[in-house]
Design a protein around this ligand. Sequence first.
Ligand SMILES: [Zn+2]
Length: 104
Amino acid sequence: MYKTVYHASEMCPVGCGQVIYLEGVSNQKVFCYCTGCGIAFDNPDKAQWEAGVNEMKHIKDFSPEGIRYPNKEAIVAAGFGNHITDSDSGSHCYTEQELNEEHI
Ligand SMILES: [Zn+2]
């Protein structure tokens, strides 16, 4: 069972490609994450190629207790509703469990 994955950017500041949205399980903070370079971003503005790499944050800096893929309502509530560049079925992405096992 895959969840829809929403994109925050189509080119991360390092140049990997898509940046996706994640949400902290306990703090419900929505943030952005690049599966290519593993850098997490506070907001979609920082996740754009044009923004450049200004800080190196990781999933643990946002949510030490685990992550999940946020639904669209959570992304809108975080104020990023106008910054969804794309979405996909999640079938080729990491599962939430894989991300949690790797990073938490
Ligand atoms: Zn990247």
